[in-house]
Design a protein around this ligand. Structure first.
Ligand code: 5AD
Ligand code: SF4
Length: 433
């Protein structure tokens, strides 16, 4: 009988891809098969996120639950960003954990699984994303890492400390991964990195210098690739060449993530983001003028140390002007190993909660307006999922989640859909033959 692996993946798309890599390695070397029932697993892993404090707290209570329900002899491993940052502390606090594997060390999974109380969290290790066995959780969409780590020094962010220095993966490897996925019927390529449009700044050896715009061009001419998405770009590196390629390349989906973080130039400075409110608005203007249908999403942190009412008002001003299609908003959470952790001008927690509510309520009203605009539109949808309620679901080119009555014959197909019913998060439509 094959061994069973249960894996829970938290955090971002990079973690989803890291989990896929670990599943592939464990399958190839040990014959592990996935299970969705932790009770029957021989190995239980949590691939963790450390970007905010809450999920870190949750980790230890979850580990306790897994320890109680696991079958006899089953192992427990903690991977990902919290593994990188807490290291052996995890085994101290939860001694039943068998191994701790950092976000940059996932290629060592087949080794560490045989060790006990082992900790591998070296952030200088740079091979982890390069050569893996193949596993993809979706047959329709392929995540491909284009870089590992992050060179930025945003003062709120723990990621450079958990994923290490930024290294670009050679472009020929990326293109050949895209080609392999397309040969297997995948139509959508999702390029991943902490800072994708900084691609090409540093490779680990002698490789052709290719920037992100050129990489997009090369992936878009791979036979069988019909759609390209990517995350996350940095507003600072959104130069004209990049925006122009985004606009004119029909394979690139017209949805852009532009993490604002704050609308106040003063706070952006304290965050070390490298751009001003005006630069951000200028880039949005350029983007919207070239791609009128583009949907723009963002990340915003409220109550960063020193954020005054006036600073917050600048954030609201940007939200009013840009009218983002999607906002991921967070109350600032001080993180260890970051510069901002030492900032003393903290904002009162209640004020932070109020600001978050104000922002979210305002954004809900934007969504209510936007959904009405979508009614009756015809959009191209790539169907990826069969739902149990008789619907197939997928995303439009500009990233609207659309559900339509249909069966599995639509999976993996791109079809025109007329939007007939709208809500804030999901829209319903009719497939046009
Ligand atoms: N506190 C709150 N939000 C944070 N993020 C990153 N670090 C923190 C923090 N310390 C948010 C940012 C980032 C997203 C992934 O998480 O908005 O873009
Ligand atoms: Fe979380 Fe950031 Fe690590 Fe992704 S890279 S798992 S968002 S801490």
């Amino acid at each position: 009988m094959s061994k069973k692996l249960f894996i829970e993946t938290l955090g971002c798309a990079m973690n989803v891809r890291d989990s896929e890599h670990m599943i592939a390695e464990l399958n190839a070397s040990e014959g592990y098969e996935l299970t969705t029932d932790a009770r029957e697993a021989d190995l239980i892993m949590i691939n963790t996120c450390s970007v905010r404090e809450k999920p870190v707290h949750k980790l230890f209570s979850e580990l306790g639950v897994f320890n109680r329900l696991k079958k006899e002899g089953a192992k427990i491993g903690v991977c990902g960003c919290t593994a990188s940052h807490l290291g052996k502390e995890i085994i101290k606090k939860a001694p039943f954990v068998n191994f701790v594997l950092g976000a940059r060390n996932v290629s060592k999974i087949a080794d560490i699984v045989h060790k006990d109380k082992a900790v591998e969290i070296d952030i200088d290790y740079d091979e982890s994303q390069f050569a893996f066995k193949d596993f993809r959780s979706s047959g329709h969409k392929a995540y491909i890492n284009i870089s590992i780590g992050c060179d930025k020094q945003c003062t709120f962010c723990i990621v450079p400390k958990t994923r290490g220095d930024e290294i670009s993966i050679p472009s020929d490897l990326i293109v050949s991964e895209a080609a392999k996925a397309a040969e297997n019927g995948v139509k959508e390529i999702f390029l991943l990195g902490q800072n994708v449009n900084n691609y090409g700044r540093r490779f680990s050896g002698e490789h052709e210098k290719v920037n992100f715009t050129e990489l997009l061009r090369r992936v878009s001419v791979v036979e069988g690739v019909e759609r390209i998405r990517f995350t996350s770009p940095h507003p600072l590196h959104m130069d004209d060449e990049f925006i122009e390629e985004f606009a004119k390349n029909p394979k690139i989906c017209k949805s852009m993530h532009m993490p604002l973080q704050s609308g106040s130039t003063e706070i952006l400075k304290a965050m070390k983001r490298g751009y001003t409110k005006e630069w951000f608005l200028n880039r949005v203007e350029k983007l919207r003028s070239m791609v009128p249908d583009v949907s723009i999403s963002t990340d915003i942190i409220v109550a960063f140390p020193g954020e005054s009412d006036e600073d917050f008002e600048h954030t609201m001003d940007v939200v009013r002007k840009v009218r983002f299609e999607q906002v991921f908003s967070f109350k600032y959470s001080p993180r260890p190993l970051t510069e901002a952790e030492a900032f003393t001008n903290v904002v009162d927690s209640e004020v932070g909660s109020e600001r978050l509510s104000t922002l979210q309520a305002y954004h809900d009203s934007i969504l209510d307006d936007l959904k009405v605009v979508n009614l009756g539109k015809i959009v191209e949808v790539y169907f990826e999922e069969l739902r149990s309620d008789g619907y197939v679901a997928g995303r439009s080119d500009n990233n609207i989640m659309i559900k339509a009555k249909g069966s599995e014959e639509w999976l993996g197909k791109i079809a025109n859909v007329k939007i007939t019913e709208v809500s804030r998060m999901v829209q319903y439509g009719e497939i046009l033959a």
